[in-house]
Structure formats: structure tokens, C-alpha cells
Design a protein around this ligand. Sequence first.
Ligand SMILES: [Zn+2]
Length: 286
Amino acid sequence: MFGKLSHFLRGRSRERKLEHYAIPDALWAHTVATLPFVQRYGAADLATLRELATLFIAEKEFSTAHALPLADEMVASVATQACVPILKLGIEWYRGWRGIVLYPGEFIIRRTVEDDIGLVHGVVEEASGEAWEHGPVILSWPDVQAPGAGAGAHHAHHAHPDDSYNVVIHEFAHKLDMLDGEPDGVPPFSRVLHPGVDREQWAETLLGEYDRFADACDRQSDHAWDHPERLPPALRVIDPYGCEAPSEFFAVASETFFVEPAGLRRHWPALYGALATFYRQDPAAM
Ligand SMILES: [Zn+2]
């Protein structure tokens, strides 16, 4: 049903898209039933989420790799999870790109990194998700299906302490971060939706929490990560992949914010507050 999108529909009215791409009741019920973190929303928010997911399906282009068959349930699941972060922001926060590519499993990313003395190395790694600036979002479908199941972290190599894992929220948080250029952990703010928010101050809070998290991770011995259950509770609620860079910290903290909000609020109240300000949501209070 959603597989082929007609380009002529682009630019038609919102109502037209909502009608043409409406998610059938049974599919919507199934989608929500598979996503525990979505079930905390009340009826009004769920109705908005369903509308946003419908507009998302209308405006984005889904495809698959390696002959993975594209099913409606896959499209509805990705769209619904992707729209949780923009529930109080709006579909236009995902402007400027179109493609979503689903893989039948983890895929290989090749990138270059510059080391401390300026040498550039080619790096090959397995990933469950990737978001390109101005380009597509790439997701491993088995990882999309396992939100909260602790299937593995963004780049697959880290033990994931608690079950806040959500590759869709992770990659779409990067998309929001990239709205104002290279990902740096600080998304743009809207004068209308975020009145009175001082972006500099917000960035200071986020980067301060990032430093605190990265320092706390550094203080753990290497083998501490083999027994995540023995880590201090504050380190169990955020994926340690977050100490790679502020942009990754924003993405993994966003996963916890939506999937395990109470734990994030308890152990990282300032970070929780910053994310609540940006997303305009208070999921721990629901
Ligand atoms: Zn990432």
C-alpha cells in the first residue's frame, strides 16, 4: 500500500495526504501494540502521532536493500517511531531529505577518521543505523523491530546496559541535530515553539552533561563494560556510545528520553530538562 509513492501528490494539501496515506485501524493498532514506549501517550497525542506518521509516509520514500521485501508494517513502524520526537515540533522538522532505506541486517559503513596527529585512516564498521546530512536515513530492520530489547548499540560493539535502545529515535535525533548543519549535539530552536530558550545556554547544559558522562565513562575500567549490571546506575541509563562525540550523546540521550524517561530524569535531571525543552515533551511525567 505504501510502497510506491506518487510524486504528483507532493505539494498537495495536508488533508489530501492524510486521506490518501491514512494508516488503516488494524495496522495502527498493531504498530502501537509493538511499541511499548508509544503506549504511554494519551488519546489526543496518539491521534496527532498517527497524523504525523501519515504525513511522514506521504512525504518520505521508503526502499529496501538486498531484496528485503517492503511491508506496510515496516513503513508504519518506522514512521510512527520517527514521529515521536517531532510530536510537539511538527513534520517540517524533517524537511530537506526524502529517503529511508531498510536493510535486512546490520550493514557496513566506510568512513575516514583523522587521528591526533592528523593522519587520516579508513574505518570499516558495522552499523544498525546511519543518517546522512541532506540524505537518507539507513536502518537495519531487525534492529528497528527490537526497540527496547537491547539488541545492540548504534555501532554494534557496545554492551547496552539498560533497554533504552532505539535505532529509529537515534538516527532521527541526528536528523534534527543536522537541520542547522553538521551534527554537534545542539539542534536548532524555533522562536515560535521555543520562546525564551537561550540556545547558548542550552548548548552549555548539554555539553556540560556530555563532559560529565564522558568523564564518568573514562573512570570505568575496560572490563567494567563486560558487566553492565555492575556499572553505577547513572551509567546504565545512557548508551556508552554517547561518549564518542556530543552529537552521539544527544542521539543516545534522546533514545533514553523517549524509551526510559524516568531513569534519565532520576540520574541526569539537567540533561532531561534540556531534552524536555527541545522536544517540548515530558515523557517521565506521563
Ligand atoms: Zn549515531
